[in-house]
Design a protein. Structure first.
Length: 298
């Protein structure tokens, strides 16, 4: 992922080279060549996705410096890319944060193993009820981690309680339930130990006041102060992502087109389910960037 951007745009290539130097290993090679099994380890996934997202952002800025977003937001880890886009944190500090975030989350999972699963066809209220009933059955942990769009949610918790929730979801006529290829129970109380340590890491980072509205996952509202940003990034490890509400809030202030920075097009796909009145573009390869520039110039 990101290989074509690095090859074509010096600004993107510089980001990958900078990441290699900061991390002390070739995250660029991992992004460009894999293997996928190593990329899916959260300690690598997080800096890889962050680096790729910022590299694509810098590529766009290098050819369209006058392009300024009305607002910015990011889904889960993507919130760190949004921090860079908002001028709130430097790429270097953000990279160190996501690397440490990944390390701490992996350590928390080794202490209290868990998993995540996507549920299709059930609304958030039903899923919350399923989580409550599953917790009552096992005494374990399971929560609604992501409200991605109407009819698509993600649950997160320990393995046994997740399995109990999947049985209940089947009884509730879930259209599809898919365990995610993620090595942790993100956005759940199982990340509590990670959050406690990450809090100190956040305190040591020099954040700046956002230059443009930055919508938070937990509040689905702008984070206006440095204290609010620190609180968001701290609580985000154990709290849920209110993506549906975040998109709706941004549409309400006038956003008509969303641009996704990353190797895939997941958020653009979710957008179609949230509000068909707006458009989305996924900048996941250089051709998609050329098309966006052509449309803008036309």
């Amino acid at each position: 992922m990101g290989k074509d951007f690095a090859a074509e745009y010096p600004a993107a290539r510089a980001i990958f080279e900078q990441a290699d130097e900061i991390l002390g290993f070739k995250i660029s090679t991992l992004c460009f060549e894999g293997p996928e099994s190593k990329l899916n380890d959260t300690i690598n996934t997080q800096p890889a996705l962050y680096t790729c997202g910022v590299a694509i952002l810098r590529a766009l800025e290098s050819v369209k410096p006058d392009a300024q977003p009305l607002v910015v937001a990011g889904h889960s880890l993507g919130e760190f890319t949004a921090l860079v886009a908002a001028g709130t944190v430097s790429f270097e500090d953000g990279l160190r944060l996501v690397r440490e975030r990944g390390r701490l989350m992996k350590a928390a999972d080794e202490q209290s193993p868990g998993a995540m699963a996507a549920l299709l066809g059930l609304n958030a209220d039903v899923v919350n009820d399923i989580c409550v009933r599953a917790r009552e059955q096992t005494g374990g942990v399971i929560v609604l981690a992501n409200d991605n769009c109407p009819g698509q949610t993600v649950i997160s918790g320990d393995d046994a309680t997740l399995e109990a929730a999947l049985i209940l979801a089947k009884e509730a006529k879930v259209k599809k339930a898919v365990k995610l290829p993620i090595s942790i129970a993100a956005h759940s109380p199982l990340m509590g130990p990670a959050a406690a340590i990450f809090r100190q890491t956040l305190a040591d980072v020099n954040f700046q006041t956002p230059k443009r509205p930055l919508y938070g996952n937990l509040t689905a509202a702008p984070l206006n102060t440095i204290d609010e940003i620190r609180q968001e990034l701290d609580a985000q490890l154990t709290g849920g992502v209110r993506w549906t509400e975040s998109v709706q809030a941004m549409v309400a202030v006038g956003v008509e087109q969303f641009i996704e920075f990353g190797p895939k097009d997941v958020l653009v796909g979710l957008l179609k389910r949230i509000d068909r009145g707006v458009s989305g573009v996924a900048l996941n390869n250089t051709e998609s960037l050329r098309q966006l520039l052509n449309e803008a110039s036309g």
